[in-house]
Unconditional design. Sequence first.
Length: 260
Amino acid sequence: MCLLRLSNPSRRNALDHDLLAALATELRDLAADGETRCVILIGEPPAFSSGYDLASIRESHFERDAAALIAHPFQPAMEEVSRSPLPIIAAINGHCLGGGLELAVRCDIRICARGAELGMPPARLGLIYGHTGVRRFLDLIGVAWTKELFLVGNHLDAGTAERIGLVNRVVDDEEVEAEALALAAKIAANAPLAVAGNKSVIDLLAENPRLDERQEAELLALRRSCFAGEFREGMRAFREKTRPDWRAGRSDRRAVDLPL
């Protein structure tokens, strides 16, 4: 597993160009290395992320460079998180706002510190948020709560976030990293191709409630592929009451601070 720490402490881990570029590159490299089974995103204490780095936008850019602002590396980095074949856990160890909250929502599982606050302030800043990001919230928490987040702009406490499904679970502040590592270890102990395959199936079904014939065929072929490999090893271990040997003798835990 790999722990990626968002590290921009002077800006409470605001998502600037360097951090976003490092995040996208690291996720691509981890997916390609064939070693990593799970990724954890966590912020440099005391915050997870204060969101998009607004301080980097000069007033002179508002009209002249609107197209450039829309093309900011924020969106490509978010898409890199969404399409990664690796399970990604957001360990929300502190306040998580704006683009930082979208980053967490793009992850597969969210562990949240009890003292954290989560919010979406674009309406308070006069900003219309990107539609691809809004879609993620609609899919996760529905229309009513998405409207409250984006139209009111108030922060939600961790308990409310858990109740509405914005986060999976809430733990004491000092336990967030340990809880995320324990969960990542459980994921890493499972069959890697089956984990990636199940994630792929879930993501495809979430984005396409009605599958066409090609998509149906792809999912059937994906499921069929497990019977000649990992499922056979899983059944052997089940019958013999031993642990399955997915990848013998490999340890892949490491930590990386972003930006590099």
